[in-house]
Each structure stands twice: as C-alpha cells, then as structure tokens.
Design a protein around this ligand. Structure first.
Ligand code: XMP
Length: 311
C-alpha cells in the first residue's frame, strides 16, 4: 500500500465532501479514530471539531490522556461529559445486542446534538473493514455501523457520515498513523472498542460494575506491558463464585476473566501463552487489590469459536 498516496487521496476526499462546511469527529484514543482525526485536521484544519464523549465506559483517565496526547500536535479535543445519559440508556439491559443498540443510539444522539450545536453537517468516523464484515456476517453490530444496516444517519441523527478508512485492516491503519506523523504510542496502541468497557461487562452495565472492570483492565494492561499481544484486557462476568475474605469470612464474589490474544487483523485470534508467573501476578493483584473479586480466570479460547470481546 502506498501510504502517501492514500493520505493525499483521503485528504482530498474530505476536503471535497465537506466543502466550506464544518465537520465533527469523535476521538476515542484508539488508532482508527486517531488516524481519522489526523486526516481530518490535515484536510480542513479547525473546521474539524474533535470531541471526546466521556461516556463513563472508558479506561482510567482516558479522556485527559487522549486530550493531552493530541495537544502537542495542535489538535484541541473537547471533552463532553455524557456519563449519565449512557448509564441511564444501559440500565437493566443484559442482552449483548440490546446493549450494543442502546450504546449506538445514545452515542449518535449525543454526537447529533454536538453536530447541530456547532453548525456542522458531517461526521468523520474511523470505521474499518472488519467492522463492516463482522456486522454483515451477523456476528455483532459494531457500534459505528449505520448505513450498512439500514440506518440513515441524516434522517436519524442529522448528519452525513464520511468514512475514509472503510477499506483498511488494522495493520494498514497503523501505517497511515505513522505516515501522518502521529506518535508511535498512538500508531501502535492496543485496539479499544468504541462501546468501551461495556463490551467487557456481562450482566448490567452500571457505574459500580464498570468501576470493577476498569480497575481490572488497568492491572492487566500494567502487568502485560511489553508482551507482544494484539489485545490484553479483563472482563467482569455476570456470575459469582464463593470465596474467602481477608478475615476468613465467606464471600460470594465477582469473577474476572483475563483475555490476552494475538491477532493480525482481529478477524481471527489465538490466546497468548502467558508465563505462569505473569498469570499468578495477575491473579494476586486483581483478587488482592479489588476487594469485590473472589476469582480470576484466564480465557484460552481462540477466535473462532469465541470473539475477542465478550459482547
Ligand atoms: P470481536 O469481539 O468482534 O472484536 O472479535 C474484534 C475487534 O474489534 C474490536 N471491537 C470493536 N471496535 N466498536 C469498535 O470500534 C465495536 O463495537 C467493537 N466490538 C469489538 C475488538 O476490541 C477487537 O479489536
């Protein structure tokens, strides 16, 4: 793939499509939305407004970290607090596809309001090829798929969508990130799904349960830093298991699964053979630091038959 040619074609496409109007894009800090942010700013400068929807489902300090990562290259990221809206939309929902639907609808409603308030007409987003393939195969409706499943974004939410990365797989997106001059930390960042920790929380998504999985994800990311893997994260199961508190009393506690996979493009994946001492350290920290957790498991399942995330 000719990266320079790709960048100049997409920059021209964005310029032509947006014309003299404005556009909005939602940055999550993942490589796809980071690349779209870079392309969009190169194409239309400050007429692209980059927002970070703080939906309460992100990793610890993610909104501030993402804004800080883009500041040095002159891109201002506006953080918008929409936590209450997401938690009320997700309240009581356990079915995975219902969760995805509630997430998607709230996400685009919020963005629709930002677009309207700013006078923009376009939303730039970082949909990539596997998002489309998996949604069309019926595996799951990825959060950023609209037109492909019959949702008209203009009628439903008041904006047109521009998707410059729609034909790419992740390895090429990373090359474009480097070609745009984004830092290696951004270009090589582990993928993080749009619906965030909601994809790693079985059962109801609420602030208390998200906090448990957020703390577990942080420990997994810290303890697996430097391990060659596509993604490493933690998942909170809906079920509980009996355990012992520090004072020896019985506790019917939470169960955390650690998932660590190797993959080229997320279409297939293999579990990483973590060393025993890494696994033991993960268990000791997760069960030791998160009081509500009584068990830690390691997921051995490749994709297929499993998917990478849990919903
Ligand atoms: P699955 O779970 O489908 O994940 O095997 C494949 C890759 O996609 C990410 N993923 C998502 N990314 N919106 C996204 O932006 C989503 O709704 C979504 N669901 C899964 C997942 O983290 C993995 O890298």
């Amino acid at each position: 793939m000719d990266i320079e040619k790709f960048i100049s074609e997409k920059v021209n496409l964005i310029r032509r499509t947006v014309g003299k109007d404005k556009a909005i894009n939602a940055l999550s800090g993942g490589v796809d939305s980071s690349v779209v942010t870079g392309l969009g700013h190169r194409a239309i400068g400050d007429r692209l407004q980059t927002v970070f929807l703080d939906d309460g489902l992100m990793r610890e300090k993610e909104p501030q970290n993402v804004a800080a990562a883009f500041e040095p290259i002159g891109i201002r990221v506006r953080i918008i607090d929409v936590k209450d809206r997401f938690f009320s939309a997700l309240k009581g929902i356990e079915d995975p596809e219902e969760k995805r639907k509630a997430f998607r609808d709230t996400f685009y409603r919020c963005l629709g309001e930002v677009v309207k308030a700013s006078g923009a007409r376009f939303l730039l987003q970082g949909t990539i090829k596997p998002d489309i393939i998996e949604t069309q195969k019926g595996v799951k409706t990825q959060h950023n798929i609209l037109e492909q499943i019959g949702i008209d974004p203009e009628a439903g939410y008041g904006f047109k969508v521009i998707e410059p990365l729609i034909d790419l797989f992740k390895p090429d997106v990373r090359k474009v990130a480097t070609g745009l001059g984004l830092s290696e930390a951004i270009a090589q960042r582990m993928p993080f799904p749009g619906p965030g920790l909601a994809t790693r929380c079985l059962g109801e998504v609420n602030p208390e349960r998200i906090e448990i999985v957020r703390r577990a994800v942080k420990i997994v990311e810290e303890e697996t830093k430097g391990i060659a893997a596509f993604q490493c994260f933690a998942v909170l199961l809906k079920d509980r298991a009996t355990g012992l508190k520090r004072d020896g009393s019985r506790e019917f506690g939470h169960i955390i699964v650690v998932r660590c996979v190797e993959s080229e493009n997320a279409m297939t994946a293999e579990p990483v053979q973590l060393k025993w001492d890494v696994l033991r350290r993960l268990e000791q920290r997760i069960a030791g630091e998160i009081q509500e957790v009584s068990r830690v498991l390691y997921d051995l399942t490749p994709k297929p038959p499993a998917t990478i995330e849990y919903i």
